[in-house]
Write a protein that binds this ligand. Structure first.
Ligand SMILES: NC(=O)c1ccc[n+]([C@@H]2O[C@H](COP(=O)([O-])OP(=O)(O)OC[C@H]3O[C@@H](n4cnc5c(N)ncnc54)[C@H](O)[C@@H]3O)[C@@H](O)[C@H]2O)c1
Length: 451
C-alpha cells in the first residue's frame, strides 16, 4: 500500500492551513512549529497518514462567532464580538480559557486552541481543547460594566457549554471576577448549578484551591525539572520575567520559594527592576486588587526600584528568563540580548511568547528551552482537577492539589524529555512536547473512527 505517497505531505498540509485561514498569522506560526516536528513521527506511524490525522487536527471541529451587545455606565450601547473555537474533543470535553483583549480575533483563538490540543494531551487528563473570548477591553471598565458584558457574552455562549461538552476557564483579561459573573449568568439561564461548566471559580464557590496559582507554580516546577537535568537549580539564581498578571505573579512567588530571585517584571507599558527581589505581596495588591500599573509598584518601593517606560525587560541580565505575558513578546533581538547577558534557561509561562527566530537563537546557544504547551500546562491541569472535584462535589486540600500539580508537571517533563531522546534529540523539548502530545491525540482519533 502506498501510504506515504498517498499522503499530501506536511508542506501541503501547511499550505492548505494558510490558504484556508488567510491572515491568521499566529495560527500559521503555531501549526508550522508543530508540523516541523512531525515527520519522524509519521515515518513511524503510517496509520496516522492513512487516517489523515494531521489534516483533521488542523481544522477546528466547530467555530462559533456571535454578537455581544451591552450597555456602558453612561447608558450607551456597545457592541463586541464573542467567539469560541471548539478545536478537538478527541480526549474529552473542549477545555481552554476565555481571553478578553482588543487584539482577540478568530486567528488568535485558533492559534491558542491548536496549542491547547497538545498541551491538554500532555497532562494525561481527559480534556479536549478549545479557546474563546472577545475583543472587549476590560481596561478602565467598572465592575458593573464588566458584569453586564459577561452576562451578555454568556447569554449567547451558554447553549454551547456544559460540564461534558465545553468547559471554559480564564486567560488574559479573564480572572476570578469574570468567571464569577459568567457562572452566575449560566446558572440563571439554565436553572442548573453545574459547577463543572467553568473552571477558575473562587474556592468557596466550587473552585479548586491553587487554580489561581497553578500556571505560574507549574511553570516554575517544570523549569526546576529542566534545570535539574543539567545539574542546575533556581537556588541563588537571578530570574527575569515578563508580565505581571496571573501567570507572572505566581511564577514569581514559586521561584522565590525555590530559592531564586526575580529581579524584574513588566506590563504593557514598561518594566520594573528591583534587585532585592520583586515584592510579590505588593505586586499582587497593585495588580489584583487595585488593578493599577507597575509604575505604582516602583513608586511604592522608592529608591530600590527602577521603572523603565517602553523598554525591553529582556535587556536585564539574568540566569533564567520566564516570558509570562503574551504571544511573540520575545524576539530574536531579545534572545540575543538574553544569551549575551548569560541566560542559560527559558521557560514559557505564556503561550508562544518566543518568536521562531528567538527559539533558533536559544537552540544555537544551547539554552535549555521549555515551550509553553509543556511549561504552562499546570493551569489547565488544575482546571481538570477542579472538574473532578465538581463532579463529586468535593474540595481537596492545598497539599493534595499541590502534590498532584507537582506530579503532573514532573510527568510532563519526563514525557517531553524521553520523547526527545527517543527521536534522537535529547533536551529538545519543542520536539518532545509536540511529538508526545500528538501521538496521544492521534491514537485517540484513530480509536474514535472518522468523526
Ligand atoms: N491564566 C492561565 O491559567 C494561563 C494558562 C496557560 C497559559 N496562559 C497564558 O499566559 C499568558 C498570560 O496570561 P495571564 O492569565 O497571566 O493574563 P493576565 O491578563 O492576568 O496578565 C497578562 C499580563 O501581561 C501583560 N502584557 C500584555 N501584553 C504585554 C506586552 N506586550 N508586553 C508586556 N506585558 C504585556 C499585562 O500587562 C499583564 O500583566 C497568556 O499568554 C496566556 O494565554 C495563561
Amino acid at each position: 500500500m502506498t501510504v506515504i505517497a498517498a499522503h499530501a505531505g506536511l508542506d501541503d498540509v501547511y499550505a492548505t492551513v494558510v490558504a484556508r485561514n488567510a491572515g491568521d498569522d499566529e495560527f500559521h506560526q503555531a501549526v508550522h512549529e508543530v508540523l516541523g516536528c512531525l515527520q519522524p513521527v509519521l515515518d513511524r506511524h503510517p496509520e496516522y497518514v492513512d487516517a489523515k490525522i494531521v489534516e483533521r487536527l488542523c481544522e477546528p471541529e466547530r467555530q462559533i462567532v456571535f454578537r455581544v451587545p451591552w450597555t456602558d455606565d453612561r447608558g450607551r450601547i456597545q457592541v463586541n464580538r464573542g467567539m469560541r473555537v471548539e478545536f478537538s474533543s478527541a480526549l474529552g470535553p473542549y477545555k481552554g480559557g476565555l481571553r478578553f483583549h482588543p487584539s482577540v480575533d478568530l486567528g488568535i483563538l485558533k492559534f491558542l486552541g491548536f496549542e491547547q490540543i497538545l498541551k491538554n494531551a500532555l497532562t494525561g487528563l481527559q480534556i479536549g481543547a478549545g479557546k474563546g473570548g472577545s475583543d472587549f477591553d476590560p481596561k478602565g471598565r467598572s465592575d458593573a460594566e464588566v458584569m453586564r458584558f459577561c452576562q451578555s457574552f454568556m447569554t449567547e455562549l451558554y447553549r454551547h457549554l456544559g460540564p461534558n461538552t465545553d468547559v471554559p476557564a480564564g486567560d488574559i483579561g479573564v480572572g476570578r471576577r469574570e468567571i464569577g459573573y459568567l457562572f452566575g449568568q449560566y446558572k440563571r439561564i439554565t436553572n442548573r448549578y453545574e459547577a463543572g461548566v467553568l473552571t477558575g471559580k473562587a474556592p468557596d464557590r466550587g473552585g479548586s484551591v491553587l487554580r489561581t496559582e497553578a500556571t505560574g507554580y507549574g511553570c516554575a516546577y517544570f523549569v526546576q525539572e529542566m534545570l535539574a537535568t543539567r545539574g542546575d537549580s533556581f537556588d541563588g539564581r537571578t530570574v527575569v520575567l515578563s508580565g505581571s498578571g496571573n501567570v507572572a505573579i505566581y511564577a514569581i512567588e514559586k521561584v522565590h520559594q525555590l530559592g531564586g530571585r526575580v529581579v524584574a517584571c513588566s506590563d504593557s507599558t514598561g518594566y520594573v527592576v528591583h534587585e532585592k527581589g520583586i515584592d510579590v505581596d505588593l505586586l499582587r495588591q497593585i495588580k489584583e486588587i487595585q488593578r493599577g500599573r507597575l509604575l505604582d509598584y516602583a513608586e511604592r518601593i522608592g529608591a530600590d526600584a527602577t521603572y523603565v517606560a517602553d523598554g525591553r525587560v529582556w535587556d536585564v541580565p539574568c540566569h533564567i528568563a520566564l516570558p509570562c505575558a503574551t504571544q511573540n513578546e520575545l524576539d530574536e533581538h531579545d534572545a540575543i540580548s538574553l544569551v549575551d547577558n548569560g541566560c542559560v534557561a527559558v521557560g514559557e509561562g505564556a503561550n508562544m511568547p518566543s518568536t521562531p527566530g528567538a527559539i533558533g537563537v536559544f537552540r544555537a546557544a544551547g539554552v535549555a528551552f521549555a515551550p509553553g504547551k509543556a511549561a504552562n500546562a499546570g493551569g489547565v491541569a488544575v482546571s481538570a482537577l477542579e472538574m473532578q472535584q465538581n463532579a463529586v462535589r468535593d474540595s481537596w486540600s492545598i497539599e493534595r492539589v499541590d502534590d498532584k500539580l507537582r506530579a503532573i508537571m514532573s510527568d510532563i517533563h519526563a514525557r517531553c524529555y524521553e520523547t526527545s531522546e527517543d527521536y534522537g534529540e535529547p533536551g529538545n523539548y519543542v520536539l518532545g512536547a509536540n511529538a508526545a502530545g500528538f501521538v496521544t491525540v492521534a491514537d485517540a482519533m484513530l480509536a474514535l473512527g472518522l468523526v
